[in-house]
Design a protein around this ligand. Sequence first.
Ligand code: SF4
Length: 368
Amino acid sequence: MPVNLLDFNQAQLAEYFKNLGEKPFRARQLMRWMHHFGVHDFGQMTDIAKSLREKLALEATITPPAVQLEQVSDDGTRKWLIAAGTGNGVETVFIPEDDRGTLCISSQVGCALECTFCSTGRQGFNRNLSVSEIIGQLWLANQSLRQADGYDMLPAGERIISNVVMMGMGEPLANYDNVVTAMQIMLDDSAYGLSRRRVTLSTSGLVPAMDRLREDCPVALAVSLHAPNDALRDEIVPINKKYPLKELMAACQRYLEKAPRDFVTFEYVMLDGVNDSVEHARQLLQTVRDVPCKFNLIPFNPFPDSGYLTSKTENIRRFRDILMQAGHVVTTRKTRGEDIDAACGQLAGKVQDKTKRSARRIPLEIVV
Ligand code: SF4
């Protein structure tokens, strides 16, 4: 079985070449061809000796995952449905803005963490994505955008994707090794050369893995908070029962010692009548009081049988104002790509649920 070189970071690729009896600098050359120039045919790698190119063609491949579907929204948002085997799919979304282009990448097929407001969590879990399937999303999006209207005239070296957020399907820290290797490739100057400040990992709060990440690959951190106290967070983000808010806040403080940005972004989905009252906002200020932070308020995107409604606009404003009056920077996420179901919370391919959780769930209309 040929090895897929998209599974390797530069150090692992150097080891691979060493085992072939080749010089380690070949790794840097390969990284540039594969990731910087997006070449997957060894025959085109003109500064590599022909004999080595022939050897690589026999025992290695450069194979990104397959795209099943690409959609473009009226607002320029693009979504790719990526094949993940046995009928599964994951989604990658590109969001263009005036000053940046952000790619949202998935890390798992489904998710095992069961946050109650999340359509991915509702579908159950199938498997972790491999390194090539994670970094392959960036590879594919780059290739696709280079050929797209509006981007096809850009000079070869000019970046279209300036930021990456690990916020798609899955809990990235539950697929730790593969996600860290993929992020190392994103940061590698021979590959994508993104700065740590422009790669953001979003976690629901796996505290031990946050501590490991701080040492191994400190990128910008976002935390899916969504509730201001343990009782409510236990309910809507169940991992909180294992790592409650006090431990999570302490982990955020430790993370900031090495983080490329001097704040954590707390994400807070606005659920009507659940977590959006004045009292919740005040509790939230207390909970985060020792962590330098910004807030991103996310109006909930309803999906079938979710059982939740989006907070009323005036309640989102009221909540935002309380946080701002306490001196915090607060953004309210705009919904993007609604016409192609790319809006946050709708990153749901079809997951073959190995946990059988989706089958155990009783539809809400039957309960009521
Ligand atoms: S919000 Fe994140 S961690 Fe929670 S179920 Fe959804 S994908 Fe998993």
